[in-house]
Design a protein around this ligand. Structure first.
Ligand code: 13P
Length: 249
């Protein structure tokens, strides 16, 4: 069976004190599902978060990293640096990185390679913009994002890759893809993988949905057969809401 995953992407929110208090609140929540739970605090708080959650089943993951091992890349963080503080999973390709930091498919391919080379797990994000969907181009856009950044990889690499479909028009807008829209796209993504790597690989890759997932809509979205979990932004900043989503499976 595919892993069910709920990951909270905190984005650029929560200073150290806020991180510590949200983690305390998360530890007080009861998990009633088998879903793997992850949180992605900002890079300055990864170390503290990881220490605070050492005895817990919540994994601390990074929101981004650079492709180089080290060197003259002011402001950046490498896979080795993340690994050295016990962070073994990284989100790559988030639409905010693509939009505000000009991250291209080519750059993301290098980042994916660097993370996998260090034995890290990658949550790889992609998704179409509203204009793409209005024009009926969403599958072409999503298919190309996946092919351009991932299809140079061998099949074995997909053991360490989780995909996250996040339609840009649904991120932080309160507008969610309908469960049917999510399912249709997830099925298309799985078929895209199957066409290249075969059914056996495609069936093992978890595909998360992200974009205005809330306690009120999580259950219906997660009930779709090709939706294996969620990447949660705003609702991951409240422990009760986040765990209501985790427990929606
Ligand atoms: P929201 O849940 O706030 O829409 O954000 C989704 C997201 O971007 C998660 O990575």
């Amino acid at each position: 069976m595919r892993k069910q995953i709920v990951a909270g992407n905190w984005k650029m929110n929560n200073d150290l004190a806020q991180t510590e208090s949200l983690i305390t609140a998360l530890k007080n929540q009861a998990k009633t599902t088998d879903a793997e739970v992850m949180i992605a605090p900002t890079s300055t708080n990864l170390w503290a978060a990881n220490n605070a959650l050492k005895q817990s089943s919540i994994e601390v993951i990074a929101q981004n990293m650079h492709f180089a091992e080290n060197g003259a890349y002011t402001g950046e963080v490498s896979a080795s640096m993340l690994k050295s503080i016990g962070v073994n999973t990284v989100i790559l390709g988030h639409s905010e990185r693509r939009e505000y930091f000009n991250e291209t498919d080519e750059l993301l391919a290098k980042k994916v390679d660097a993370a996998l080379a260090k034995g890290m797990r990658v949550i790889f994000c992609f998704g179409e913009e509203l204009a793409d969907r209005k024009a009926g181009n969403e599958e072409t856009i999503v298919g190309n994002q996946i092919k351009n950044a991932l299809f140079h990889l061998g099949a074995a690499a997909f053991q360490n890759i989780v995909l996250a479909y996040e339609p840009v028009w649904a991120i932080g807008t309160g507008e969610t893809a309908s469960p049917e829209q999510a399912q249709d796209m997830h099925a298309f993504i799985r078929k895209t993988l199957a066409d290249k790597y075969g059914n056996d690989i495609a069936e093992t890759v978890s595909i998360l949905y992200g974009g205005s997932v809330k306690p009120a809509n999580a259950e219906e979205i997660f009930s779709k057969p090709d939706v294996d979990g969620g990447l949660i932004g705003g609702a991951s900043l409240k422990a009760e809401d986040f765990f209501a989503i985790v427990n929606a499976f």
